[in-house]
Design a binder for this molecule. Structure first.
Ligand code: TRP
Ligand code: ZN
Length: 861
């Protein structure tokens, strides 16, 4: 498809574009197989690149119909066209400003990669980030080229949308004008038979903004939660960051076929429909929470991403890390801070730590790439957000607020860099952040080990914590100098009172000690409170001390963390020494379960056992070879033991948490349902699926319905329920995605590959729809013991589908290929099986640049 030996792009090669774009005007004449795009682009020399330069415009898969400069056709001998774009020789260009006019033809219906202009269920839509605009017309498709855009759309379809404000319209045409200069990746166009949920928002300076959520006619009754989330986001960004919206209209469109979650196009956000559409019967509480978070995320990009964008794609975490950090703060304010923090750390460890410990490890700001779409990663997003959290801890809330004000002030309208970002913190706070920069440039998760010392004395004792940091090598980076690590610590005395409240210790050396003096007795240390840095804490702690922290820690995150560490210690011993579950651990879980002073959502998180993938990572990190079957059995045994010993409190909790009154998606109600279904998952191991069956038949919300179905699948009693669920929800693509996903995730490990194969043959398996493909393949990969079944059947099935998907949609195939990133953890046989699949993929002729890069990097070379 693309060239055979793809080029590596290096940060160090950055050069400004030789021309400025002063204005762009586009006309689209829409037709499914032959859309015409006419462009008028006003170029001027860029003073940052003196001298005469060739004009290079990106362009891929375009049929060029005409091109003129200053009204004159361009002689063929001064133009070169390749797979990547078009070059006009410098000597053929006017000395000063000039006007480029061209017309191209493109094929939206044939666009299965879902990048550029494509069709989803009869709707024309676009996805231009990162480098999709070059599939729409010839253009300098790079984020540091910013221009105001005018767009005219000609079509008979009833709704025609683009960026900015509507300028004019008539029968069969509409014109949009976006006054804010923007890079091409923020361009968007939507056309279709859509209906809208309208609303309005008045900004604090009095601008009245028209809001719309556009969907297909049947989906209008599931937009209210997204609209409510949007309005709360707009208000929050004014209150928390002083940021107002800057156009007369803000449009959101939901489409069914979308490669990622959503996209922040200026004034016209485009969403995967799963992140817009929700009703109690069709969406789980997790879906509601994600919708709220992603609506906020895309809206927040209007300032952190759009008004201030990235100079080049190496700076991606400038907008993504900051916008994730902001959406996390928002969710934390809307819901529960501690619960949100625990959820975020769970995701960070499951996705980013996993990435950082394997062959795909890269820094939040990479310095080279082959395909930029492969760098929309957990490291860029989630670790990018963690790095900002550390910065905020180091400079304090006031310092952070001053730095952000300066950032918006100084860089509004810029295409900025990570250096610019850190400079505003230095200038606003007077702090030297040279060492902090390593968090952006160095890959790998630091290991932070802690030793404790207690010296009693007449004036009270001294408690000393000695920390040592080391970061294992990552691909291409062997040397890991020490980083600055903010370590939040609190000390408790033996009766549970806090004797030293949370203090941030700043570690800057490889090894460093911190002493606390004048203590009446040896304290218990609560270290890395709130998960103050994205590190692996190596702290040898007796089970009794973990249980003490689980019962008494005043920091909710560390309270949860103590329970999780306890569970991990137990599970690791069960796997490695064949130990039995710990009675003390189970008793501690029982006390939490029944502690009505605790938030049910928090209790649900405490009941959640560490995942099998997490245990495999933990074992590998300790130099052991994880056996997926043993891990699965140990976790099952522990779950069953908890269920047997706590059957009474679990049953009481299950009943007590039942919904009374009408459905609410709010955090309190969702927390009660979370605790209820967590109890159900345990009870299901001892009641033969009885409660799950009853709940499945009566549930009025998707959280309970899906949880009951998952339990029935695990109990091997799901046949009738699966067909009832399918019949009921046949018309709803998003719910049928769940039907596929649940069966793949909860299949017994020995059957997982066969179940997946059967599902792939189901007439409803529309593999061209990314959500459907992800439901089945992502579901199988999430079934740890099933995916890693010793036969290799799941590996083979999975690789076959990656190849099939790659020919259609390289982004999706490349993203799904990360299921194989952990191969080096496992035994020689499994390693050989996975490597053989990756080699087979890599050697397939015509493989995309995306999957070529991924297979090569995962294999390690
Ligand atoms: N900028 C989007 C976001 O984080 C991400 C995104 C949406 C994207 N669609 C994409 C990235 C396609 C790459 C390719 O909000
Ligand atoms: Zn984003």
């Amino acid at each position: 498809m693309k060239d055979a030996s793809p080029q590596t792009i290096h940060l160090s090669d950055y050069q400004p574009y030789p021309f400025a774009v002063e204005r762009v005007d586009l006309t689209f004449r829409l037709a499914p197989r032959a859309t015409r795009v006419a462009s008028r682009i006003a170029f001027a020399p860029n003073p940052a690149r003196p001298g005469r330069h060739d004009l290079f415009l990106h362009g891929e898969k375009l049929r060029l119909l005409s091109a003129r400069i200053d009204g004159a056709p361009i002689p063929a001998e001064v133009v070169t066209i390749t797979d990547e774009g078009l070059t006009v020789t410098a000597s053929a260009l006017p000395d000063g400003p000039f006007l480029w006019e061209a017309e191209v033809e493109i094929d939206p219906e044939g666009n299965t990669a879902l990048e550029g202009l494509y069709m989803s269920g009869g709707i024309y839509c676009t996805q231009c980030e990162a480098e999709g605009f070059r599939k729409i017309t010839y253009y300098p498709d790079r984020p540091d080229v910013m221009a105001p855009f005018g767009v005219r759309i000609e079509s008979d379809l009833p709704v025609l949308l683009s960026n900015g404000n509507k300028a004019a319209g008539g029968a069969g045409w509409v014109e949009w004008d976006d006054p804010w200069p923007k890079p091409a990746y923020l361009f968007a166009l939507v056309a279709g038979n859509l209906v809208n949920l309208p609303d309005t928002f008045t900004t604090r300076s009095g601008r009245k903004v028209e809001l719309n959520i556009w969907v297909r006619p049947g989906d209008l009754d599931r937009c209210a939660y997204a609209m409510d989330s949007l309005i709360r986001s707009m208000k929050w960004d004014e209150d928390a960051y002083g940021r107002e919206y800057d156009l007369d209209v803000f449009n959101i469109v939901a489409v069914d076929d979308f490669n990622m979650g959503a996209m922040e196009n200026k004034g016209l956000n485009i969403f995967n429909s799963k992140l817009v559409l929700a009703s109690p019967e069709t969406a789980t509480d997790l879906d509601f929470e994600r919708i709220e978070g992603v609506i906020a995320h895309e809206y927040f990009h209007n300032w952190t991403g759009n008004r201030i964008t990235c100079r080049d794609w190496f700076q991606l975490c400038l907008k993504e890390g900051l916008t994730v950090f902001r959406d996390q703060q928002f969710t934390s304010d809307m819901r529960s801070g501690p619960v949100k923090r625990i959820e975020d750390v769970l995701t960070l460890r499951a996705r980013q730590f996993r990435e950082d410990m394997g062959p795909l490890a890269h820094p939040p700001r990479p310095d080279h790439f082959v395909e930029i779409n492969n760098f929309y990663t957990a490291t860029v997003y989630e670790k990018g957000a963690e790095v900002i959290g550390m910065l905020k801890r180091l400079v304090g809330d006031d310092g952070y607020a001053r730095a952000l004000d300066l950032y918006f002030d100084r860089h509004d309208g810029d295409a900025a860099t990570i250096e610019d970002w850190l400079k505003v913190f230095e200038d606003a706070t007077g702090r030297d952040l040279a060492q902090f920069m390593r968090w952006y440039t160095d890959a790998g998760t630091p290991r932070l080990s802690v030793a404790e010392d207690w010296a009693p004395g007449d004036q009270g004792g001294t408690f000393t914590l000695t920390f040592t940091q080391t970061t294992p090598p990552t691909p291409g980076q062997d040397e890991k100098p020490p980083r600055v690590i903010p370590v939040a610590v609190g000390l408790l005395n033996p009766n549970g009172d806090e004797v030293v409240p949370t203090t941030v210790l700043e570690m800057t050396e490889a090894t460093q000690s911190f002493a606390f003096q004048g203590l009446a007795s040896r304290p218990v240390a609560s270290i890395l409170r709130g998960f103050s840095a994205p590190v692996v804490l190596e702290h040898e702690v007796a089970a009794t001390e973990r249980a003490f922290l689980l019962a008494h820690d005043t920091d909710p995150f560390n309270r949860w963390e103590a329970g999780r560490a306890l569970a991990k210690d137990v599970l690791v011993r069960m796997v490695t020494d064949g130990a039995d579950p710990s009675a003390d651990h189970v008793a501690a879980l029982g006390r939490l379960l029944t502690d009505d002073t605790l938030d049910p959502a928090f209790r649900a998180l405490c009941l959640r056992l560490p995942s099998e993938d997490d245990l495999a990572q933990t074992l590998a990190d300790a130099g052991l070879t994880p056996d997926p079957d043993h891990i699965h059995k140990a976790r099952e045994t522990l779950a069953r033991t908890v269920a047997e010993r706590l059957v009474r409190p679990l049953a009481l909790t299950y009943d007590a948490m039942a919904d009374t009154g009408p459905f609410s998606p709010d955090a309190a109600a969702a927390g009660r349902r979370a605790l209820r279904v967590a109890a159900l998952a345990f009870l299901n191991r001892v009641d033969g699926g009885g409660r799950a069956r009853a709940l499945f038949d009566t549930a009025t919300n998707m959280t309970e319905s899906a949880a009951a179905l998952a339990c029935l699948i695990e109990a091997g009693r799901a046949e009738a329920a699966l067909s009832a669920f399918h019949d009921r929800w046949q018309g709803n693509r998003l719910v049928i995605d769940k039907w596929f996903m649940l069966q793949a995730v909860h299949a017994a490990p020995a059957d997982a590959a066969a179940v997946a194969e059967r599902l792939a043959a189901h007439p409803g398996f529309d593999w061209k729809n990314p959500n459907r493909a992800r439901a089945l393949l992502g579901g199988l990969a999430a079934n740890h013991a099933g995916f890693h079944a010793a036969s290799g059947a799941a590996y083979r099935f999975y690789a076959d589908w990656l190849l099939r998907l790659d020919a259609l949609n390289p982004q999706i195939a490349a993203r799904l290929s990360t299921a194989f990133e952990t191969w080096a953890r496992y035994d020689a046989d499994r390693q050989a099986l996975i490597r053989a699949e990756l080699e087979r993929i890599r050697q397939t002729p015509g493989l995309s640049r995306d999957l070529t890069e991924m297979a090569g990097r995962i294999l390690g070379g």
